[in-house]
Design a protein around this ligand. Structure first.
Ligand code: NAD
Ligand code: DAU
Length: 359
């Protein structure tokens, strides 16, 4: 069986990828994660007795650690999920985004190149460096603009998007200059189990269940293209298995929704699954001060990965949202763990002034 070194694998997408990889026996996994605020070590507790899974707490900026892990475990692929990932946090404090997303990716590329150059010819040809990126690097679309394609020019608008764009450029340059067999995927908004509740969907589910306001930025008409996280993980495995290198693939769910519609759908499902007498969760919807520089619309054209690699998103939004809400309802301990301590500080910092500014 192959071995993958996964970075940031305790986070939302990485943990779903690792669970799928072990279930489907795609590979043995070494998971390197710094365990920032966005991760809960209990997320992967079910793998603690799995001999094909090994967790290492550490930072992708630590090149000595990277070198020793690569030497020890000799992975066939590196999959870089590690990042600071929340746009609102990047607006309030961009420093960590530059550090991990740009400098961390640089250190990972350097360590990977040093490791790859010493492999046998056959292993060099099989090796892959897969960098997980975002559609936000392409900027914002107008209502009638065509969806983002792989050749859409980069126009990142937030410090987060700019830091991801910087990391993408470095990954591309390591292929072009040194021949390191890299691949980049740019995906749209993921949703599903195990997402940290600073992001729209889990935040709204948990606020609603706690009877708190559902804070919609601006007019709620901003559009995102939602991709179920398990579909995303399957797409990543297709990319890893393909014989192509140096390429970029856009991954999306063909599923554009306004934020207001997403929140209304959450409320409708909760009214059924967790009803309260004479009350609809939609009464908690509250319009609040907008995000600075808020991108209006994202949409992914995923024709390239569909036609070249046979990708097809399986989950439609209604069934995916139902599964997601059921997961949060049935994991109260996980929810309690991630909502303690720092989380409450963040909620105050991001929402207190927003809500009072509008009322
Ligand atoms: P997340 O915030 O849930 O998880 C990130 C993980 O990376 C955490 O476990 C954290 O501890 C770890 N990490 C952070 N800094 C690190 C460092 N310096 N060294 C090692 N580990 C570190 O993020 P996510 O939503 O799972 O996103 C994963 C990747 O996918 C990111 O690169 C993100 O930019 C990209 N992406 C996410 C989405 C989305 O909708 N969530 C969409 C497009 C792209
Ligand atoms: O498009 C891919 C990106 O999707 C990823 O690269 C990012 O890592 C991920 O965080 C996500 O970015 P967004 O900014 O689109 O996601 P977020 O969940 O923060 O917000 C989704 C939309 O909902 C956005 O238009 C802002 C809005 N929003 C968000 C929050 C947290 C609200 O209206 N209220 C909120 O409280």
């Amino acid at each position: 069986m192959q071995t993958f070194l996964v970075t940031g694998g305790v986070g939302f997408i990485g943990s779903n990828f690792i669970l799928k990889a072990r279930k489907e026996r795609w590979a043995n996994i070494i998971n390197l994660d710094k365990l920032t605020y966005a991760s809960n070590p209990q997320t992967l507790a079910q793998l603690q007795d799995d001999p094909g899974y090994h967790f290492v707490r550490g930072d992708i900026c630590n090149i000595e650690l990277l070198g020793s892990l690569l030497k020890q475990y000799q992975p066939n692929a590196i999959i870089n999920f590690a990042a600071e990932s929340h746009v609102d946090r990047s607006i309030l404090s961009p420093q960590d985004f530059i550090q991990t997303n740009i400098l961390g990716t640089f250190q990972l590329l350097e360590a990977s190149k040093a490791y790859w150059e010493k492999l046998s010819l056959q292993k060099r040809e099989q090796f892959r460096f897969l960098h997980i990126s975002t559609d936000e690097v392409y900027g914002s679309l107008g209502p009638k603009d065509p969806a983002f394609r792989e050749d859409t020019p980069y126009a990142p608008n937030s410090p987060y998007a700019a830091s991801k764009a910087g990391s993408d450029h470095l990954v591309r340059a390591y292929y072009h200059t040194y021949g390191l067999p890299t691949l980049i995927t740019n995906c749209s908004n993921n949703y599903g189990p195990r997402q940290f509740p600073e992001k729209l969907i889990p935040l709204m589910i948990l606020n609603a269940l706690n009877g708190k306001p559902l804070p919609i930025y601006g007019d709620g008409q901003n559009i995102r293209d939602w991709l179920y996280v398990v579909d995303h993980c399957e797409a990543l495995y297709l990319v890893l298995q393909s014989s192509h290198i140096g390429k970029t693939y856009n991954i999306g769910g063909n599923n554009e929704q306004t934020n207001l519609t997403v929140v209304e759908k959450i409320c409708t499902i909760l009214d059924e699954l967790a009803p309260k007498p004479n009350f609809s969760y939609s009464s908690l919807i509250t319009f609040v001060k907008d995000r600075p520089g808020h991108d209006r619309r994202y949409a992914i054209d995923c024709n390239k990965i569909c036609s070249e690699l046979g990708f097809e998103p399986k989950e439609d939004f209604d069934s995916g949202l139902l599964k997601t809400i059921q997961w949060y309802l049935s994991h109260p301990i996980w929810v309690k763990q991630v909502q303690s301590g720092d989380y409450q500080t963040w909620i105050k910092q991001n929402y207190q002034d927003r809500i009072t500014a509008v009322h």
